[in-house]
Design a protein around this ligand. Structure first.
Ligand SMILES: CC(C)(COP(=O)(O)OP(=O)(O)OC[C@H]1O[C@@H](n2cnc3c(N)ncnc32)[C@H](O)[C@@H]1OP(=O)(O)O)[C@@H](O)C(=O)NCCC(=O)NCCS
Length: 206
């Protein structure tokens, strides 16, 4: 059996999450299987399953999640991603997606360091980082394409960002709109609410 050699691999059991493998995920699985990554695929078992009893409908997907700086020519794609990820929430809160206003707000973040989140080399999300007055890292936006949400990708990207910040001796903070269930993810990753205003919680990695 070959040993796992790279960090940041995710092993996903779609049967557990209730998701089915769409074209993207199927392609991802194929890539992972053929990549010379040193990843070994094992039949997936749940706690309590008997030895050797692979569940018939389990689909095990292994992905490598990486971050790389966005290229300037990716701004249109980044805005498309922003719309795909945020539009449902914006429409729910504000009643409509005003593209001009959203594009203006998006461009106000042009100074952010933007990292593209890749899963097995495919761009599936982005994380926008700024630096606060005290030197801490501020996650301004974190977004994953809807088809790829809930698979552990965003969490892994935030984890990598936090580990990097910790190595640099920097705290990480973010804001989350109060009803946004992303708060649960942030809490699982070690963020705690430090403050709030009428609409948002301010969270900091403890
Ligand atoms: C928030 C987001 C970046 C998380 O990335 P992800 O790859 O989906 O997250 P993971 O699979 O690692 O973790 C799953 C958790 O993400 C959050 N999440 C998943 N889908 C979400 C969605 N559509 N909206 C908000 N949060 C979501 C939940 O907290 C979920 O945990 P739960 O199943 O206990 O509710 C991604 O879902 C997304 O882009 N959502 C829409 C945009 C958004 O709300 N961004 C955050 C603004 S603060």
């Amino acid at each position: 059996m070959r040993r796992r050699q790279k960090k940041n691999f995710l092993e996903l059991d779609l049967s557990r999450s209730g998701r089915t493998a769409g074209p993207h995920l199927a392609a991802t699985a194929t890539n992972a299987r053929t990549a010379s990554s040193g990843v070994t695929r094992l039949p997936h078992r749940r706690k309590g399953d008997t030895e050797g009893a692979a569940r018939p409908h389990a689909i095990l997907i292994t992905m490598e999640v990486t971050l790389r700086p966005a290229r300037p020519d990716e701004r249109p794609w980044l805005f498309d991603l922003h719309e795909a990820a945020m539009r449902p929430m914006v429409e729910e809160v504000f009643g409509a997606w005003d593209r001009t206003d959203q594009l203006r707000r998006f461009e106000e973040r042009a100074e952010d360091l933007v990292e593209v989140i890749e899963a097995d080399g495919r761009a599936v999300g982005a994380i926008h980082l700024a630096t606060d007055d005290d030197g801490s890292v501020v996650i301004g936006l974190v977004e994953v394409l809807p088809a790829c949400q809930g698979l552990g990708i965003g969490g892994q990207a935030i984890r990598v960002t936090c580990e990097r910040a910790a190595r640099e001796g920097r705290h990480v903070s973010l804001r989350v709109r109060k009803p946004n269930r992303a708060r649960r993810l942030y809490e699982r990753l070690g963020f705690a609410v430090e403050g709030e205003n009428e609409t948002h919680y301010l969270m900091r990695k403890t």
